[in-house]
Ligand binder design. Structure first.
Ligand SMILES: Cc1cc2nc3c(=O)[nH]c(=O)nc-3n(C[C@H](O)[C@H](O)[C@H](O)COP(=O)(O)O)c2cc1C
Length: 333
């Protein structure tokens, strides 16, 4: 495991110190109250996830219509701030950077829970989730969505988080806007790629204005839909470049309409990460079965990625990353 010490390297982003190259990836565990408030159980789970330099807390719904499944965290109203501030404090107590992922599920929302008609860029049944036919959003609804993201981000800041991550992957609403499969609009939010990514750029800009320059702004970008006729890797790289231009701080990379979980690992997104890394100058986080220290270290060493995000092993073993760090430190002695 010689050479793996690169994973212990600190990095500073905007004055925030990242103690190593590991990130606890966002994964929703449905442990909030029915109306999306933070529970003691959630606090104790996050408290046990020690080791990584950054925790990106699982997707929090920015509005009731955007709820993907039951007992998700909500950040849609000021009542949520108190519980979220306890969550941020738990993460800071472990000397980790705290970021909250904010999301609207669009046509992947579960209408049996939301009791609302799902919304989407266009009336297209979700090609992966296959839920009910959604309603195409009006321009007013699109503008309101922009405000909802900005207000959710401001609440996150008020709760004491170090930043927010805009969820734009895994088939949720913003990835539905990027994809030519789910976005059939003929106005300025649909059609060519410039138009399909307009909403994401507007939201990133509105969120930045809401949280100010000192907070971290991350986007988890689905770089490739992995479906014929969907967003291509080349298009994803164009969007990544634009995100850097509008001033995001860190690019977190995953897949678009199709979540990465069924792809054969390990390191199933490695090629994608290496390619996008060549397109941007901001730090890049990558995930996708990067559980092997050697592979992770090789990727960081070769500058294919800056941070290694881990999800599934942490579900069963919350101190998984701490163990990896111990192994690396021992090998170093
Ligand atoms: C149960 C579960 C829930 C997830 N929820 C989210 C989520 O809320 N937001 C997100 O961006 N990714 C989510 N993911 C994807 C993970 O962040 C990660 O990208 C994926 O699991 C690949 O990393 P891994 O191979 O280390 O598990 C979820 C994954 C799982 C298994």
């Amino acid at each position: 495991m010689k050479g793996s010490t690169v994973l212990l390297d600190k990095q500073t982003v905007k004055g925030f110190t990242f103690n190593n190259r590991y990130v606890c990836a966002p994964f929703d565990i449905s442990k909030a109250t029915d109306d999306g408030l933070i529970t003691e159980e959630l606090l104790s789970i996050y408290k046990s996830r020690r080791g990584s330099s950054l925790i990106v807390v699982e997707q929090a719904a920015i509005s009731p219509a955007g709820q993907y499944r039951e007992k998700l965290i909500f950040v849609d109203r000021n009542e949520c701030i108190e519980g979220l501030s306890r969550l941020a404090a738990v993460i800071h107590d472990n000397n980790q950077v705290a970021v909250l992922q904010i999301n609207h599920a669009g046509s992947a929302a579960d209408a049996s829970i939301t009791k609302m008609e799902a919304v989407a860029p266009s009336a297209v049944i979700h090609p992966v989730f296959g839920r009910a036919m959604p309603k195409a959003m009006t321009k007013d609804e699109i503008h309101k969505l922009r405000e909802d993201f900005a207000e959710a981000a401001l609440r996150t800041k008020k709760a004491g988080f170090d930043g927010v991550e805009i969820h734009n992957c895994h088939g949720f609403l913003l990835s539905q806007f990027l994809s030519p499969i789910t976005n059939l609009r003929t106005d300025e939010y649909g059609g060519n790629l410039e138009n399909r990514c307009r909403l994401l750029m507007e939201i990133a800009t509105a969120v930045r204005a809401a949280i100010g320059d000192e907070q971290l702004l991350l986007v988890r970008l689905g770089l490739d839909d992995l479906l014929p006729g969907g967003l291509t890797l080349e298009e994803g790289c164009f969007v990544a470049e634009k995100l850097e231009m509008v001033g995001i701080d860190i690019l977190d990379i995953s897949t678009g309409l199709v979540p990465p979980l069924n792809l054969p690992g390990p390191a199933m997104l490695r090629n994608m990460l290496r390619i996008v890394k060549g397109h941007v100058n901001i730090p890049v986080i990558g995930a996708g079965e990067l559980w092997d220290i050697k592979i992770a270290a090789d990727m960081v060493e070769k500058r294919e990625v800056d941070f290694i995000a881990i999800a599934r092993p942490i579900m069963d073993k919350p101190d998984f990353v701490e163990d990896l760090l111990d192994k690396i430190k021992k090998a170093q002695q």
